[in-house]
Design a protein around this ligand. Sequence first.
Ligand SMILES: NC(=O)C1=CN([C@@H]2O[C@H](COP(=O)(O)OP(=O)(O)OC[C@H]3O[C@@H](n4cnc5c(N)ncnc54)[C@H](O)[C@@H]3O)[C@@H](O)[C@H]2O)C=CC1
Ligand SMILES: O=C(O)CCC(=O)C(=O)O
Length: 629
Amino acid sequence: MTSPVFIFDFDSTLVRIETLEALADIALSDAPDAAAKKAEIAALTDQAMTGQVDFGTALRRRLDLLALNRSHVEALTDRILDEASASIRRNVDFFERHAERVYILSGGFREVIAPLAARLGIAADHVLANDLIYDAEGRVTGVDDANPLSRENGKPEVIKALNLTGPVVMVGDGWTDAEVKLAGAASRFYAFTEVVSRPKVIEVADATAASLDEVLFAEGVAGRWSYPRNRIRMLLLENIHPAAVERLEEAGYSVETMKGALDEDDLIEAIKGVHVLGIRSKTNVSARVLEQADRLLAVAAFCIGTNQIDLEAAAEHGVAVFNAPYSNTRSVVELAIGLTIVLMRDVADKSAAMHQGQWNKSATGSRELRGKTLGIVGYGAIGSQLSVLAEGLGMRVIFHDLSERLALGNARRMRSLDALLAEADVVSLHVDGRKDNADVIGAAQFAKMKPGVLFLNLSRGHVVDVDALAEALKSGRIAGAAVDVFPEEPRTNADPFASPLQGLKNVILSPHIGGSTEEAQEAIAEFAAERLLGYLNRGDTTFCVNLPNVQLAEVSRAHRLLHIHRNQPGVLAELNRALSSAGLNILGQHLKTDERTGYVITDVDRDYDPEVLKVLRDLPGTVRFRMLH
Ligand SMILES: NC(=O)C1=CN([C@@H]2O[C@H](COP(=O)(O)OP(=O)(O)OC[C@H]3O[C@@H](n4cnc5c(N)ncnc54)[C@H](O)[C@@H]3O)[C@@H](O)[C@H]2O)C=CC1
Ligand SMILES: O=C(O)CCC(=O)C(=O)O
């Protein structure tokens, strides 16, 4: 089959701007009547692109309004590469490979288009555009009237004159692009809507393309197994920071967001057709949810804890789970320090009393941090940072951890939890949320703490027996507590909250905000979005918490076969036998296993019989097979 000739419009297609509007911003930057002129130019662009004013008239009227000179045009030319549309930027490889069958056809100006054409590997004689005419002082006096592109219906005329062979595919956002198809100069016309969507153009198009990926997919150029990114659906729950949405959309994926968490039944409904789920700590991704998730490839926990996800069930379904293990740790540590000071000085109750009109100036029971002993339970990313900051404030630090951890500064490791409880003036919990950690601190542990101790839990709610904590506070054994996490937490801000700790003296309750700072949320969004993109685009499982971790470079001039299988003997041998009997040329291969799962990544030459893919999908032990190119 002859591969088609692709003809691309420039403004609002290859680039996300309209050239004349961008030139107006530059040329009219100091003009007193800039706003009125720009509005007139934008209106003329729209009228020309929807076919209400003929193209030649609109072009000349806009140039008259602008009074352009060479420096204005050069300023735009200099930055035009930065204006390339997102799906064009991620498909540079397509242009480079098919340059001899790609044209740029534009009512815009050749010199503005030239740098992007060069970047895409498109030869100068494949750039069909208007030529600006300058006077001796460098002022633009108009365009070359002999060029058909300066007139109404110029685009079809220019295409016909090329006498192209084979199918011709026109891609553009405007009416002048639709005219190419309507005049019979193109076999197929895609209304390109990534930058702007014009209903009148869509109406006459053969198909709508929200990105270049859609066009390539429909035309079978990138291989019939490719999948346009905008068809990959991502659902982000729990008010995830907009930086993630921005990053994922910029990469071409379709992202939907919701403010709160969903319960199991609602999640089962919502997850149908979703390829990627983003959550924080309140959405439970149970085995039942995973069972029903018909398209799910990955889950990102935009937080540290992953105890809300059934990691084993996810691995069994070949669903990769990622988290952001470091991005909010500093925020938790700062809050723990702040809460400790507030508890030591009884500030919360004193403040509440003042709001009721009571002045209670007293030093009784108020203490400095300096010289006190902080007992940290769980000396991981958060516990160990807290250790350093607390020492900086003059505290003595002791810690207890189930694993061997490097003691930082002068911190002392305690062989048992009991030994720590017996010595600490402040006990702060920073253990992970594994199921076994339920009620790690209960009545027996409170009884072992020093009388008058302060207690903090910013880890997970189920780690503490809250009724026992309430009793210990009421009896006065514990002088104060700060609790940020609860066994039952409301799913949204609109849901009610109840706890036996409510109303108790010197108890600070916070709504699971240890990691809720703008800095942390933005950093998490960026980190987790990058992990998802790495997995979707490259198969990279770095920081994946339930599949073997493999760090991978971009797929380059190869097809990448990603095979997740149960870790049972013989799968790799079978897989390689299938590849070799299909005559595939293997360019590179990685295998990583854990006790449950094997992950094989094979880069192969692009030419092969697609039937082999079916064999790989059906290999015994296969959990999931995916292909990238
Ligand atoms: N309140 C909030 O908003 C936030 C809470 N968190 C929670 O804070 C906790 C700590 O986070 P990271 O420091 O990043 O975790 P981490 O995994 O780096 O460290 C946890 C440490 O606890 C130890 N550990 C686990 N169970 C233990 C036990 N029973 N006794 C003694 N040591 C035990 C582990 O060996 C590990 O060293 C997690 O539960 C996380 O979900 C994290 C961020 C924000
Ligand atoms: O901010 C959140 O939603 C959860 C923070 C948290 O608990 C975590 O990162 O583990």
